[in-house]
Design a protein around this ligand. Structure first.
Ligand code: ADP
Ligand code: ASP
Ligand code: MG
Length: 414
């Protein structure tokens, strides 16, 4: 078999842990597999580098920032390759540009366009383990780029797709994907199998165990993803195409996203073209707007409320003041913002065929006295924006209220 193993920051957090990674890679190779390993920076390193940058510079989407933050992975690949050699194995390290992980030029959030798998195949032919730096790539002009926080997951799955690997194993500090973050809700349960589609929703709604783009690539190229612990041999969670059994489970998981902010523009004229004028400059400025709610009109005017990533909130307000001052006021007098929000969501493919999930979610939040500020739904998820101070309370209330602390077979139908 051809196996890609990706190890996250905690799993390569010390020399001891790197030796553990080396042992695992070699064990897999001894079983007769070709092994490519993708590694993250040592835990805390990317944050440390970003903090250094922040001391002198406040635009994260800058060419030089990627030059700096990509270095964490360079150290890890060298050390892991040496660890494998120390244990008697053969290994070669690769930076992003050395396996031509070609990306677009969106610094700090680049997307992979193509990968040259040949150097990795040459490694296998020589009996070596290929140790590849996660998170980094190179654009067509040769600039170093990075793939966004958690981007090594995406490198792992992309390498697996490029090599036609049988599986991409994601080794992390929890032993699988849980019904919610087990570090916040101890009663969370490990999910054995989950569909790409559900995992995509969980990842995009706050479950950082897999980067969203890695799940997208897994789904697109049919790469089975196995999320598991680097500290044990237990089977983790398989992320795979949807299976019929999965629909029986109405709600599979609950998430919270704390990195969003809410903006309201008051007193907008209720006439055609206003929404287009408001959101076009945000889109041109690369601000991704998530939920949008337009209030009903009174006296021909209306309010528009929307959410943006919290890191973009300041910039979003500035863009609006600059580009549509006639709508928001010269000094932004008609803009109100709130950074103290979070978004809690319930996700499950079973929602397609079961009614009543929304009612239950609203009832559970109400029972805790939590006010819902915004609601949005899709076929397989419901999200509510609530005050940030309630994030953990809401998560626990929804998790246990939907009986996710019990095995799927014991969860009473709604
Ligand atoms: P790594 O450094 O290995 O990439 P991350 O910190 O990026 O690890 O992701 C693992 C973390 O994701 C866990 O420690 C856990 O706190 C968090 N997490 C959030 N939601 C979930 C979930 N539903 N299941 C498992 N882990 C989750
Ligand atoms: N080191 C990068 C980060 O901390 C990428 C990763 O670990 O996946 O976000
Ligand atoms: Mg991660």
């Amino acid at each position: 078999m051809l196996i890609v193993q990706k190890y996250g920051g905690t799993s390569v957090g010390s020399i001891d842990r790197m030796m553990n990674v080396a042992r695992r890679c070699l064990a897999s190779q001894r079983e007769g597999n070709d092994v490519a390993v993708v590694v993250s920076a040592m835990s805390g390193e990317t944050n440390r580098l970003l903090k250094l940058v922040a001391e002198i510079h406040d635009d994260p989407n800058d060419r030089e920032v990627d030059v700096i933050v990509s270095t964490g992975e360079q150290i890890s690949v060298g050390l892991v390759a040496l660890a494998i050699r120390k244990l008697g194995g053969k290994a070669r390290s690769f930076l992003g540009h050395q396996v031509k992980i070609q990306t677009d030029s969106a610094f700090a959030r680049a997307r992979i366009v193509s990968i040259d798998a040949e150097p990795v195949k040459a490694c296998f032919a020589a009996g070596e383990i290929a140790v590849i730096a996660g998170f980094q790539g190179v654009d067509e002009r040769g600039n170093i780029t990075t793939l966004g926080r958690g981007g090594s997951d995406t490198t792992g799955v992309a390498i697996a797709a490029a090599l036609g690997a049988d599986v991409c194993e994601i080794y992390t500090d929890v032993d699988g994907v849980y019904t919610t973050d087990p570090n916040i809700v101890p009663s969370a349960r490990k999910i054995e199998r989950i569909s790409y589609e559900e995992m995509l929703e969980l990842a995009s709604l706050g479950a950082k165990v897999l980067q969203i783009r890695s799940v997208e690539l897994g789904m697109k190229f049919g790469v089975p993803i196995h999320v598991r612990s680097s500290f044990s041999d237990a089977t983790g969670t398989w992320v795979v195409p949807e299976e019929r059994e999965m629909e029986k489970v109405v709600v599979s998981g609950v998430t919270v996203a704390r990195d969003e902010a809410k903006i309201t523009v008051e007193d907008l004229p209720d006439s055609p073209g206003i929404a287009a004028r408001l959101f076009a400059p945000l889109s041109d400025g690369g601000v991704v707007v998530d939920m949008i709610i337009q209030n009903s009109s009174t006296d021909g005017s209306t309010d528009m409320t929307f959410t943006v990533p919290s890191g973009d909130r300041k910039r979003a307000c500035e863009i609006l003041k600059r580009e549509v001052a006639d709508l928001v006021g010269k000094d932004g007098e008609r803009i109100i913002f709130d950074d103290e929000i979070c978004k809690v969501s319930v996700v499950g493919v079973g929602m397609r065929s079961h009614a009543g999930v929304a009612k239950r979610m609203f009832t559970l939040l109400a029972a805790e006295g939590i006010n819902i500020q915004l609601i949005s739904t899709s076929e397989i998820k419901i999200s509510c924006v609530v005050a940030k101070k309630y994030s953990e309370l809401a998560l626990r209330a929804l998790h246990d209220g939907f009986a996710l602390d019990r095995p799927p077979s014991e969860r009473a139908s709604l």
